[in-house]
Design a protein around this ligand. Structure first.
Ligand SMILES: Nc1ncnc2c1ncn2[C@@H]1O[C@H](COP(=O)(O)OP(=O)(O)OP(=O)(O)O)[C@@H](O)[C@H]1O
Ligand SMILES: [Mg+2]
Length: 373
């Protein structure tokens, strides 16, 4: 089987979580980490996830990442992008433990430069509550995915949040300068429309990928973006009109938002509604196992949608196989292999990865070491 167009070939950790020092070589196949509870499997996936922008798959504060007692930590990786090697390093220096450094091929780079370099999707046990938890979790789910296709999405989101906070502060002070508010609302409207457009396009691509997947072990989801801007764009409104309408709505809502102490409308309040298509059942009302299967299908569809537009993403699956029966485990392996992605999986036992036959490189993880088996 040819190596995927994007693969992680080497991972080196120093003082990262429970690893003092670790150096692993990968050959381009999928990777399985097997080991007991607490051995360090999720920590390895987390290290890989820090090769993407953001806080990694645990959304952990930087301070948690250094090995207990160590003043700094580092993750260094070699990526193979269609035969070309790229070195990526990230971590913190002892003198500035609160800022994450990124270097690409030994040159300093902004975190956002990581996005297009190594698109990534992941599935973690924490996401088991995605459909029943707060809307912010689902927004983050779709936004992370939007980021893989639209690198500017992060910048638009940051600028929107900044203007949103500033407008709330100005409204709270009660002696708002209308021109200053106008400027903030113009920024919110422009960035908000961009955010909504990236999300709408992301959901469109995701739906296409879902439709193309077989209805089998992992059921199809039907998706709706619940948010005024997203809805308008999905119905065919132009970006300009959407922006202008939102700007006018913000100006009208000043007294209401001042009383509420926050902006009550905008893409920061949007949600992603997910329905188990074949049953016409909202995901939040599905059984635990059904939710897990739906989510796995969504992540596989994300991986397929990203692969349709560029290099296939790295797929990080923490404990994804544990709750699946043998048929579904085999189906998961089959789908990952058919997608041609390099997936990183964890599980307490090597037999969970039998469905991959020899298309997986397996490591035994034990108390801060990992050995190929
Ligand atoms: N900053 C840190 N320094 C040292 N050890 C840490 C740090 N953060 C976490 N650990 C420890 O690393 C160990 C491995 O954690 P990890 O979550 O990777 O385990 P795991 O193999 O995924 O286990 P499980 O099967 O239970 O999910 C844990 O004992 C955890 O307490
Ligand atoms: Mg774990």
């Amino acid at each position: 089987m040819p190596a995927p167009a994007l693969s992680l070939r080497r991972l080196r950790l120093s003082d990262f979580r429970n690893y003092a020092a670790l150096d692993l070589d990968f050959d381009g196949r999928c990777v399985a980490f097997a080991g007991a509870n607490g051995a360090g499997k999720t920590n390895l996936l987390e290290a890989v996830s820090l090769l993407a922008p953001g806080r990694g798959l645990r959304r952990a504060p930087l301070a948690d990442l250094a090995r207990t007692g160590a003043p700094a930590w580092g993750v260094r990786a070699v990526l193979d992008r269609a035969g070309e090697g790229v070195e990526v390093a990230t971590g913190v220096a002892p003198e500035s433990p609160n800022s994450r450094i990124v270097r690409i091929d030994d040159a300093p780079a902004p975190q956002t430069a990581l996005g297009p370099l190594a698109p990534m999707v992941w599935l973690t046990p924490a996401q088991d509550r995605l459909f029943t938890g707060p809307p912010g979790d689902r927004r983050r789910f779709i936004d992370r995915f939007a980021l893989a296709a639209f690198p500017d999405h992060a910048t638009a989101s940051n600028r929107y949040e900044r203007a949103l906070r500033e407008r709330t502060r100005v409204l709270e002070e009660g002696r708002a300068d209308p021109a200053w508010l106008d400027g903030l609302e113009a920024e919110m409207a422009a960035r908000g429309a961009e955010i909504a457009q990236a999300r709408a396009e992301t959901v469109r691509r995701l739906e296409a990928a879902i439709a193309a997947r077989p209805e089998g072990a992992f059921p199809r989801a039907r998706l709706t973006l619940a948010g005024a801007l997203e809805q308008r764009l999905m119905e065919g409104a132009s970006l300009e009109d959407t922006e202008a309408e939102f700007r006018a709505a913000l100006a009208r809502a000043r007294p209401r938002d001042a009383a509420a102490g926050r902006a009550l409308e905008g893409p920061h309040r949007s949600d992603l509604d997910v329905v188990y298509a074949a049953k016409d059942q909202p995901a939040a009302l599905c059984s635990t196992g059904e939710q897990k299967a739906l989510l796995t299908g969504l992540v596989l569809a994300q991986a397929a949608a990203i692969s349709d537009a560029g290099p296939p993403p790295l797929v990080l699956l923490d404990e994804a196989a544990a709750h699946l029966d043998p048929d579904r485990r085999a189906a998961l392996a089959g789908e990952l292999l058919a997608l041609g992605v390099q997936a990183f999986l964890t599980g307490v036992e090597p037999r969970l990865f039998d469905g991959f036959a020899d298309a997986v490189q397996s490591f035994a993880v034990e108390a801060g070491t990992a050995t190929e088996i």
